[in-house]
Ligand binder design. Structure first.
Ligand code: THU
Length: 131
């Protein structure tokens, strides 16, 4: 499953709209129902409007399958200037969005020293929750 998710992340990475950074990112999420949703980064001339791959995948999953989303795992792949397999751990904003739907999610990504697999709670201790 880990390899399947990574393959999906690499595939959707090719759809990234990243003319400003040339940093293309793909993300694939596995839900508790066994479905896989994918997303890529979408940049904007007004840089702050950029949406990361992870959030694109999550928002697309909610749009397609509804708000009961439970994220089991997330795989992230990135390329910079056509150099593949470059390090990319989910940014802070995406960690919080992953945590919302997957407080126990496993995250697979390329670290500085090779492939990594970790828990969202290790990447985001004490994530915010509105009770
Ligand atoms: N980016 C992602 O898609 N996910 C991350 O977790 C980190 C950053 C994108 C945003 C922007 O399009 C590009 O990478 C450079 O920051």
């Amino acid at each position: 499953m880990r390899e399947r998710l990574l393959r999906c992340a690499r595939k959707v990475m090719k759809n990234a709209y990243a003319p400003f950074s040339n940093f293309r990112v793909g993300a694939a999420i596995l839900t508790s129902k066994g479905q896989v949703f994918m997303g890529c980064n979408v940049e904007n001339s007004s840089y702050g409007m950029t949406n990361c791959a992870e959030r694109t995948a999550i928002f697309s999953a909610v749009a397609k399958a509804g708000p009961e989303l439970e994220i089991v795992a997330v795989a992230v792949a990135a390329s910079a200037n056509d150099d593949h397999g470059v390090p990319c751990s989910p940014c802070g904003a995406c960690r919080q969005v992953i945590y919302e739907f997957g407080p126990h999610a496993v995250i697979v990504y390329q670290g500085e020293k090779g492939p990594k697999q970790t828990l969202i709670t290790d990447l985001l201790p004490e994530g915010f929750r509105l009770k």
